[in-house]
Design a protein around this ligand. Structure first.
Ligand code: ADP
Length: 462
């Protein structure tokens, strides 16, 4: 079999792969992307960010209706989960069609449906639907992403995962009356929020003493009391096993402290983390990987200067937008002859927990500063004072900003409450631009929009 010569081969065609692939193809390089899905956008569009947010936004509409009633306005539509799934599927189809058109517009870029594995540092074998093909590659971008982590709990296969909830034509098509969620990370908590908003009773079992472990406790403490009352949190829980009953229900056996208990539900969702997906043959290349993924620094190169690892597979910031930026950094460094000329920032990346309401964080917050022995000055603005929050009657939560003492340069922040996912982007741009509390305080952000709270949080210092 003759090898096909390419300038760049990407293993995967998700957010960590295709920005680099397009960038290089547009610069005249011969580029091949390989992915068993045969479509671009990886798990984000297949079972992740996009379909879960399609469900979230419909759940938010149902919550808005509850708000209508609180405001004395009439109207109530009962959730039809089947219709919500159909809407989610339609959003996915629309975006797949858009990506197909984008791909067709770049002739030097090919997407091969198949699984890639390394034969040596420059040779990749692809096992695809049309047989095997071998590529001789000047550069390789490992962007094989991550997958749901399923622990070795007896009966774990009886649980659903985020994949079963959000993939096209998913297995869950009706609203469970009682849903148990195992895992209080962002996927577990978001899913709890959506289903509770739609009418399910939700019990969330979390191993540690706090949900959203690793996130700023100040932000988490603000968020937790605002979660929907139909969510019941059980902390310090060790799940022992799952079983099925004759009438199709699920029973979860767990230990809380010294006490063993069980809980029955119509469905169980397992959300205890994700694991990197490493392509086969990596061991031959002596590329270091641990349980978080392939180890890389901000230039995204592995120990082989022509092999890069971006996105979830390196475990640095497992978020789609971080993967896209990393992919472009890799593209720039490839264009620079595998000499670093661009570096990814792993700290100043916005993270939103899309619960209802949402929470979002960026940069250096109090918890991180404490761990690294850094001093911070903080400014705050409570949504209780905010005109837009009052108009919407959603006055819970606040904006918290963190500044370096002396210079008052903005280094981080978090937001809990209305528009958190939008506001964190504006805060992130200000951090990236090196702005100080004085700069933020001088900018006349729009009234009556929640963003005026950013300037007001800065002005709380003076
Ligand atoms: P990221 O956001 O880091 O790009 P994703 O999980 O969205 O991560 O995308 C990774 C993609 O890589 C998935 O679509 C997956 O099917 C694909 N993939 C995983 N392993 C291989 C492999 N060995 N060969 C080709 N593609 C792979």
């Amino acid at each position: 079999m003759a090898d096909t010569e390419v300038d760049l081969l990407t293993i995967g065609a998700g957010g960590a792969a295709y920005p680099a692939a397009f960038r290089l193809a547009k610069a005249g390089a011969k580029v091949v992307m390989v992915d068993p899905k045969g479509v671009m956008s990886g798990n984000c569009l297949y079972e992740g960010c996009v379909p879960s947010k399609a469900v979230r936004e419909t759940a938010a509409l149902y919550l808005d209706q509850e708000k209508f009633q609180q405001l004395g306005l009439p109207g109530r539509i009962c959730p039809d989960y089947g219709a919500i799934v159909a809407h989610k599927d339609a959003v996915q189809s629309r975006r797949y069609a858009q990506h197909a058109a984008e791909l067709a517009a770049v002739p030097d870029l090919r997407l091969v449906q198949g699984v890639a594995r390394f034969l040596d540092p420059h040779t990749v074998q692809v096992h695809g639907e049309r047989g095997d093909e071998r590529f001789r590659c000047r550069h390789i971008l490992i962007a094989s992403g991550s997958d749901v982590f399923v622990p070795t709990i007896p009966g774990a296969e009886l649980a659903l995962t985020s994949h079963d909830l959000y993939k096209p034509d998913p297995s869950l098509k009706s609203l469970p009356a009682h849903l148990v969620i195992i895992g209080g990370g962002y996927i577990g908590l978001e899913t709890a929020s959506f289903f509770a908003a739609l009418g399910s009773q939700v019990t969330l079992l979390q191993k540690g003493g706090q949900v959203l472990q690793g996130m700023d406790p100040g932000m988490v403490d603000q968020l937790v009391p605002l979660l929907h009352p139909r969510i019941h949190l059980l902390l310090g829980v060790e799940v022992l096993s799952l079983a099925a009953t004759a009438d199709g229900k699920r029973v979860v056996h767990y230990q809380q402290g010294d006490k063993g208990s069980e809980i029955s539900a119509d469905a169980v969702v397992l959300a205890v983390g994700r694991r990197p997906v490493l392509p086969e043959g990596l061991d031959k290349l002596d590329i270091a990987a641990d349980r978080h993924g392939i180890r890389v620094g901000p230039d995204l190169r592995t120990r082989h200067p022509h092999i890069y690892a971006c996105g979830d597979v390196n475990g640095r910031v497992p978020l789609f937008h971080a993967a896209v930026r990393q992919s472009l950094v890799a593209a720039h460094n490839i264009l620079g002859g595998d000499v670093p000329m661009d570096y990814a920032d792993f700290v100043n990346v916005p993270t939103t927990i899309f619960t209802l309401p949402a929470a979002a964080a960026i940069g250096i917050t109090e918890a991180r500063a404490q761990a690294e022995n850094l001093e911070l000055v903080s400014g705050r603005y409570a949504f209780a004072e905010d005109s837009r929050a009052q108009i919407l009657e959603r006055m819970d939560g606040e904006i918290r900003l963190f500044f370096e003492p002396g210079s008052l340069r903005l280094v981080g922040g978090w937001v809990v409450g209305i528009d958190a996912g939008h506001l964190i982007g504006e805060i992130g741009m200000a951090i990236q631009g090196g702005l100080s509390a004085h700069d933020l305080a001088r900018f006349a952000d729009q009234h009556p929009m929640s963003a005026e709270g950013i300037g007001k949080a800065a002005r709380s210092l003076f």
